[in-house]
Ligand binder design. Structure first.
Ligand SMILES: C[S@@+](CC[C@H](N)C(=O)[O-])C[C@H]1O[C@@H](n2cnc3c(N)ncnc32)[C@H](O)[C@@H]1O
Length: 212
């Protein structure tokens, strides 16, 4: 059941901004994120469905969970245009996935573990629905390792989160993934700041982990 997450203004801004962000490099990151995925996939917080066109044809089914109504409607449209993979877009949230235990081969989280209200609950749910050995692919902006930027993130975080749909700047998502019982197989850490994005959200991680 969805926790009724509604961010109508942020959702409309994201819909507009995300197109130019794709061109500025996010699309390329999505492609790398999803390369090599196989089987049945759950995508948590699928937003307006920008990953959909990047799934390889080795994926047989995508269950895309999105709680925000405006973005979910956009995701439904994107799913209709994604010809390669069967995609269902479902109302729900990452903390309560409407899936059986060990029922998916892979999970995808892109730019969402920053925004879920309860990150450890969301990761525990992802782990629950993954089959043993199943893979989590992640692409997230995270807390800076640079001390000054990290302090600045902490300072700005309370204001940022109000205007950015609940997004937090200060999460150490890699550590949280490991704490949730995943084994990280690969993780790139890089600064990414396309023209329209804030420097304060530049530190990113992109990688894969498996359920041990
Ligand atoms: C910055 S957008 C990213 C959307 C998409 N994943 C992408 O890569 O473009 C953050 C998304 O997280 C979603 N979100 C927020 N809280 C959530 C939750 N508890 N469970 C699942 N998704 C959530 C928002 O509705 C929004 O779609």
């Amino acid at each position: 059941m969805s926790t009724k997450i509604k961010h109508p203004i942020f959702a409309r801004i994201y819909q507009r901004l995300s197109a130019s962000m794709e061109a500025a490099g996010v699309a390329e990151h999505r492609k790398r994120l999803l390369t090599g995925l196989v089987g049945r996939v759950v995508e948590v917080g699928a937003g307006n469905g920008l990953n959909f066109s990047h799934y390889p044809d080795t994926v047989t089914e995508v269950i895309a969970i999105e709680p925000e109504p405006y973005l979910r409607a956009r995701a439904v449209l994107a799913a209709q245009n994604a010809t390669v993979v069967k995609i269902s877009v479902i109302d729900g949230d990452a903390e309560h996935l409407p899936l059986d235990d060990a029922s998916v081969d892979c999970a995808v989280a892109s730019l969402v573990l920053c925004s879920v209200p309860n990150q450890s609950a969301a990761l525990a749910e992802i782990r629950r629905v993954l089959r043993p050995g199943g893979e989590l692919r992640f692409y997230e902006h995270v807390r800076a390792s640079n001390m000054w930027l990290s302090r600045f993130q902490r300072l700005v975080d309370p204001i940022w989160t109000r205007f950015a749909g609940g997004c937090r700047l200060t999460r150490n998502t890699l550590e949280a993934i490991q704490a949730a019982g995943f084994v990280v197989d690969e993780c790139e850490q890089f600064l990414f700041q396309p023209r329209l994005a804030a420097k304060i959200a530049a530190p990113h991680i992109l990688g894969r982990a498996h359920k041990s």
